[in-house]
Design a protein around this ligand. Structure first.
Ligand SMILES: NC(=O)c1ccc[n+]([C@@H]2O[C@H](COP(=O)([O-])OP(=O)(O)OC[C@H]3O[C@@H](n4cnc5c(N)ncnc54)[C@H](O)[C@@H]3O)[C@@H](O)[C@H]2O)c1
Ligand SMILES: O=C(O)C(=O)C[C@@H](O)[C@H](O)[C@H](O)COP(=O)(O)O
Ligand SMILES: [Zn+2]
Length: 346
């Protein structure tokens, strides 16, 4: 269940009262510690003992090493199975915290309080938890639902602009795969500010929740939520590997441009529609230089995509603005063409 928090965080307080956990473990990174934790603690009304666990911010820390440290901290705290983990942060914190909670002692309860736009519209919802390993995105993880998700949109006021723009890419994806009106509303935004985005956050959350409810473990339709990620994740991994990490949303925007082009090359959409989509994505995202990466490196990483089966790289593609399909096999030629197309965009 998703609740939009009131100014006193009453829904969260009631939830904790009803659950009555033995301990609260509040996971934050350095930025959410500074910008979001004071608001949470100022509103928390409970006698239940709590511990704050802070990790450094960034995708580079979404690793097995950090996970091991967190499991160790829980054993030091003598955390039992009736504890509640509260993940207060962006997608890195909710992915990592959900993974720790769902594996420690075979699973303790956790709840997500997303603080980034990407977290609110996407990462906190749907129960995909995980960490990266050997630079492969989310390659180790679980499907585990948070008890509840509590959203406080005002947290976005301290989020840096580039992070807001990163989250906006997943919102654009939601429009492209299921809802033309949502897409049109989003591309009409002139300037990416929290106020301009607020009216559309709930729609994105609902789109994600609705898809997940139909296919929690990603056997079919949930794969559409991965549009832009086959190429996006491969490039995100490569940038990470080279020590120049890009934001997840930037990678998704890049991936959506390439995979929109592939949707055209596969005769699923017209060139006019593809160009229109690419034009609108590019209004928000600067071009990334991917010329240092070879096709072979990119395709090798795609071989680890979780949508693949029997050695086939499966893409989720667009069949229009607001409609999509999945399990599409794409020739190496078309993958290459889409990357060259991106590289040569004016
Ligand atoms: N599980 C899923 O379904 C899912 C969906 C999409 C993305 N993801 C994952 O989510 C991650 C990306 O999430 P993200 O973009 O939120 O990254 P993030 O968690 O690294 O947060 C981005 C940055 O913003 C800071 N921050 C967060 N909230 C803030 C606030 N209110 N004020 C100031 N600073 C704040 C963070 O400290 C961090 O530096 C990736 O690892 C991606 O793979 C998971
Ligand atoms: O929830 C989903 O399903 C998604 O695909 C949402 C994506 O935006 C998200 O980045 C997700 O973490 C990707 O999952 P993965 O299985 O490709 O690692
Ligand atoms: Zn994503």
């Amino acid at each position: 269940m998703i609740s939009i928090l009131d100014e006193h965080f009453s829904q969260l307080n009631n939830f904790i009262k009803d659950l009555n956990p033995t301990q609260l473990l509040i996971l934050v990174d350095e930025n959410t510690h500074e910008h979001c934790l004071p608001t949470l603690l100022g509103n928390l009304e409970t006698e239940i003992p709590f511990e704050i666990i802070e990790i450094e911010a960034g995708e580079e820390l979404k690793t097995l090493e950090t996970a091991a440290q967190l499991w160790e901290i829980l054993t030091e705290f003598e955390t039992d199975r009736k504890a509640l983990m509260i993940n207060l942060g962006g997608g890195v914190i909710t992915d990592m915290g959900g993974f720790i909670a769902s594996t420690y002692k075979r699973g303790i309860s956790f709840t997500n309080i997303p603080t980034s736009l990407l977290g609110m519209c996407d990462a906190s919802i749907g129960g995909k938890t995980g960490i990266d390993h050997q630079f492969l995105k989310n390659i180790i993880g679980t499907f585990a639902h948070p008890e509840q998700i509590f959203v406080f949109p005002e947290f976005l006021y301290t989020l840096p602009f580039e992070e807001l723009r990163s989250g906006f890419a997943e919102m654009l994806k939601h429009g492209l795969i299921t809802d033309e009106k949502h897409w049109n509303d989003l591309i009409s935004i002139k300037e990416l500010t929290p106020e301009n985005i607020f009216p559309f956050i709930e729609r994105s959350m609902k789109i994600k929740q609705n898809v997940v409810e139909q296919d929690f473990t990603e056997q079919n339709i949930r794969k559409t939520l991965n549009f832009g990620h086959t190429i996006g994740h491969a490039l995100e991994s490569l940038f990470l590997l080279k020590g120049k990490p890009i934001m997840h949303g930037e990678a998704v925007a890049l991936g959506m441009i390439c995979e929109t082009r592939i949707s055209f090359l596969q005769d699923l959409i017209s060139e006019e529609t593809a160009n229109d989509i690419v034009f609108n994505i590019r209004k928000f995202y600067p071009q990334l230089n991917i010329s240092e990466f070879s096709l072979e490196e990119i395709v090798n990483l795609m071989k680890n995509d979780k949508k693949n089966s029997a050695g086939n790289i499966n893409f989720s593609l667009l069949t229009g603005i607001g409609s999509s399909t999945f399990n599409c096999s794409v020739s190496l030629e078309n993958i290459k063409n889409s990357l060259l197309y991106y590289q040569n965009l004016p």
